[in-house]
Design a protein around this ligand. Sequence first.
Ligand SMILES: [Fe+2]
Ligand SMILES: [Fe+2]
Length: 228
Amino acid sequence: MNSKLKRIVNKIKDESLREKILGLLSDLSVNFGASSYSGMPIEEAPASRFHHHSYPGGLLEHTLSTINIAMAICDSIEKIYGGRVNRDLVISGVLLHDIFKPLTYERGENGAYRNSPLGERLDHLTLAASELIKRGFPLDLIHIVVASHGQAGPISPKTIEALICHIADEADSRMNAEVLNAAKYLVKEATGEVWDKMDSKTAFRILMLKAEGGWEGLKKNITVLKPG
Ligand SMILES: [Fe+2]
Ligand SMILES: [Fe+2]
């Protein structure tokens, strides 16, 4: 398993929950009768086809960043508002909220992401709900996953842990989408080109070139960042 993901799993204090999550992460396949679907490895998967983190490794980046944001919200709730949060549930919820996405995507002949045959029939939240129920995960954790899209999903968050995960998910997705959009706009203005394949690290470098060197600095240095 990916070492960064494992480090996050190890923060879960409840041993039986931690073991269950380790078991799930090491076998994400789902079975329908005689057919088994397993999808692309987590390390290679995007977090969405076009909206945010839509490049290899995007899902892992999104999961790690969403954990950071969620932990900052937990700190704020506990230290400033005097509330109490079950961090095991928050960590587990963020880890699992998009974990079945790799099963719903595949790469087309042109390299672009598209829905897999499974993804054309079931979305990642439905898959997560059925699989987590089947594997005996706690109801409060399944709720966090199913409520992670907030009002846009099948059910809105009804616990503080679900609300934290939803807000953190939305914050990270939106930040990534807006930074990528801004970087693509700068590239178009500076070079006249469209860079479709861009990851977040390149996008942040482009934003920094513009912030530090203005349009001139950007035009002079941007070509070395062009994705291959
Ligand atoms: Fe999602
Ligand atoms: Fe997400």
